[in-house]
Design a protein around this ligand. Structure first.
Ligand code: ADP
Ligand code: ZN
Ligand code: ZN
Length: 683
């Protein structure tokens, strides 16, 4: 019998690898079922050992080597290893969570001696790809052509920032470039920020590549898929059966071994950042992956992140610009509606309502954008000042209309729900009022004043059921809707054909956020939502209600001058020593009381000073004072954070490497829950 020793990674926090004896043929990158304590776990073999590092008697046996899928390739393992090092997590905490459920739960395999698990075995049928290509119906303009040519002529790794206003034809550039790499026999990985954007793009991709790529060689990958669908897409990727993979951030980990081009659409979008578990940036991993594979990467955006813009200025990325809208030569007419002296009607300036009426009469669609779901952000008592508050969190509860005709208070942070009190809990006043408005209330109001209009609301509430987002967007696309009321869900990417008017209601609420990225985000969001108007005909109009029309964010939007805006912000970031000129990491501690969380952070901060002194670079890294989070308490847990900053990414990484084992020791001693985030987006 052949016996070997293997090193296996498991999904165990902050612990590296575990050694086992294996009596079956096994290779690096294979999944195995192993005993761990009293449990059985699936792990991945990362090393074959010439001899055991421990007393062989203490080493347990691999129970089963799974061969339902090919082993992970060295390049895929290298990606996982990089993510593990960079984001400061154990390798198992990277590899296992990115696998579809069926591939990491031993229950599906146990009792089946020869490895037949949840994935059907690969069929051996081979299909020869036909040589013909459907000609694209669109003739690229000069700038598009130039971009495609440059991308396709890249010699090895190259990162391109494809900067073009919404509707300038970036998608066409992606598709044309992708075609070239498909013809070379390579795979395409394309990331989009939103699940709801995948159907539109999938249809385009399938139609465009129909003669070159069989239907089963194109897959989508996102969290909205059922377990089985996700498993199938992953298994097809790992078996080398895919030519095109389209997905949201999680698709960056797909096991594709012959990629030719990686595309990240709307690269600035915050949804590329995973906000739990392994807190990775799919955009940044895409850069690493393209570099490792020696292939080009397209980062597309109308409003690039300042990180990307900075790289484009410094020459690290090549900037390709699309300066005109591809179809209509005109951008929508953006106007600021000054609300300071206006008498608002349910949040609408009268002229805005008139503009909607005009579009209705012309048979065109309007969109009302409001980044707040629910009926009203809070209930209050005018007599004593009581406001509806979540008992578990330090936030207000939001008033929602429920499917019947009742109302309910909901916490958007912990999910707490309660009925609406009939009298004020503090003073007994019987006249509690909703304060402010969300999408439900706006919808109700518009239906009141435009009774004949077909109104559709699209937000996280109206699209909760699987498939309903798709259906609602279809309604809008087919023209059965006159007024669309929505949150950021409707702002991204959609190409609505009859949409003439966009009205933005509460943009100012983002203007004075404490987050240093707020202006950048607001600008991106406004430009994106504005970009939905008039994509197919002239006369598109965007009305933005604001009490601060002179603010630079709005003024830049009017001039449509992203470069000037970005340059200003970059200068400011450089002066104040913020990203992209510095690099950050964040440790968040969670405890019953914020005092405990702060005390833990204070102690690890003192430890840090010793580490830095020992390394001989006491000033390479700066640790700020620990502070409570802006929303202090969520679900009875209080949170505080410690910001770590350095002018050098390698210095920050070196420091974290040295320091985190000590943080872990202190955390264990104090039984503190905490997590680390490298390159945090929100601080
Ligand atoms: P973006 O991704 O930059 O927002 P799209 O690629 O979606 O823009 O293009 C916007 C619209 O213009 C689409 O309907 C697209 O089919 C069309 N389009 C793109 N390029 C051209 C072109 N060269 N000629 C005509 N129409 C084009
Ligand atoms: Zn009261
Ligand atoms: Zn709550």
């Amino acid at each position: 019998m052949q016996v070997s020793w293997v090193r296996v990674v498991l999904d165990i926090p902050r612990q590296d690898a575990f050694d086992y004896r294996c009596e079956h043929p096994v290779q690096i990158g294979q999944r195995v079922i192993v005993p761990f304590g009293s449990r059985q776990l699936i792990g991945v073999v990362i090393e074959l050992l010439p001899a055991p590092a421990l007393d062989p008697d203490q080493i347990r046996d691999v129970e089963q080597v799974l061969d339902d899928l090919p082993a992970f390739s060295a390049s895929w393992l290298a990606l996982a290893q990089f993510a593990s090092r960079y984001y400061q997590r154990s390798l198992g905490e990277v590899i296992l969570p990115v696998l579809p459920n069926g591939l990491r739960k031993p229950t599906a395999y146990l009792g089946k001696r020869s490895a037949g698990g949840p994935v059907a075995r690969a069929d051996r049928k081979k299909r020869s790809a036909p040589a013909t290509v459907v000609p694209s119906p669109i003739v690229l303009n000069a700038q598009q052509q130039q971009a495609v040519q440059q991308i396709c002529e890249s010699d090895g790794y190259a990162a391109y920032l494809l900067h073009g206003v919404t509707g300038s034809g970036k998608t066409e550039v992606y598709l044309h470039a992708a075609l070239t790499f498909l013809q070379r026999g390579q795979q395409i990985l394309m990331l989009v920020p939103e699940i709801n954007l995948t159907p539109q793009l999938e249809t385009a991709v399938r139609a465009r590549f129909a003669d070159l790529v069989a239907p089963e060689e194109i897959a989508v990958f996102h969290s909205g898929l059922a377990d089985g669908e996700r498993l199938k897409a992953w298994a097809d990727a790992q078996r080398g059966k895919l030519k095109v993979l389209l997905g949201t951030r999680m698709a960056i980990f797909a096991p594709l071994d012959n990629p030719g081009l990686i595309i990240v659409d709307e690269e600035h979008d915050a949804s590329y950042k995973q906000q739990e578990g392994l807190r990775y940036s799919a955009r940044d991993l895409a850069v690493w992956r393209a570099h490792q594979a020696g292939i080009p990467l397209i980062l597309g955006s109308a409003t690039p992140s300042l990180e990307t813009w900075h790289h484009a200025l410094s020459g690290r990325y090549t900037r390709l610009s699309l300066e005109q809208r591809a179809k209509t030569r005109f951008l929508p007419d953006i106007r600021l509606v000054d609300t300071r002296k206006a008498k608002l009607n349910q949040g609408f300036e009268p002229g805005v309502l008139e503009a909607i009426r005009t579009r209705l009469e012309r048979g065109e669609q309007s969109m009302v954008f409001l980044n707040r779901r629910g009926y009203a952000p809070v209930m209050h008592c005018a007599a004593c000042g009581w406001v509806s508050q979540c008992p578990r969190c330090s936030v207000h509860t939001v008033l929602h209309r429920t499917p019947g005709s009742g109302y309910q208070l909901q916490c958007h942070h912990c999910g707490f729900q309660s009925r609406v009190p009939s009298i004020c809990p503090d003073c007994g006043n019987q006249d509690l009022q909703p304060l402010g408005r969300g999408t439900q209330r706006v919808e109700e109001f518009l239906q009141d004043i435009f009774p004949a209009a077909r109104i559709q609301r699209i937000d996280a509430d109206s699209t909760r059921l699987k498939g309903s987002a798709l259906r609602l967007f279809d309604e809008v696309h087919t023209g059965n809707i006159d007024i669309l009321v929505g949150t950021q869900m409707v702002a991204k990417g959609h190409d609505f054909k009859r949409l003439g008017l966009v009205a933005v209601l509460n943009a100012d609420s983002m203007l004075f956020s404490a987050d240093f990225r707020a202006p950048e985000r607001l600008f991106a969001q406004l430009l994106q939502v504005a970009g939905r108007a008039g994509r197919h005909a002239e006369g598109g109009e965007v009305l933005i209600q604001t009490g601060y029309p002179d603010h630079t964010v709005y003024q830049t939007l009017l001039n449509n001058d992203f470069p000037a805006f970005a340059d200003d912000l970059l200068a400011e970031r450089q002066d104040t020593g913020l990203p992209p000129f510095t690099f950050q990491a964040l440790i968040t501690a969670e405890a019953k009381s914020v005092q405990r969380a702060l005390a833990f952070l204070q102690e690890i901060r003192e430890q840090a000073a010793t580490v830095l002194a020992d390394e001989g670079e006491p000033d390479a890294v700066c640790l700020y004072d620990p502070v409570p989070l802006r929303i202090l308490r969520v679900a009875h847990v209080e949170r505080a954070q410690l910001l770590i900053e350095s002018a050098s990414r390698p210095a920050l990484q070196r420091f974290l490497q040295q320091w985190l084992p000590q943080v872990q020791a202190i955390g264990q001693k104090q039984r503190m829950r905490y997590f680390i985030e490298v390159d945090p987006l929100e601080i």
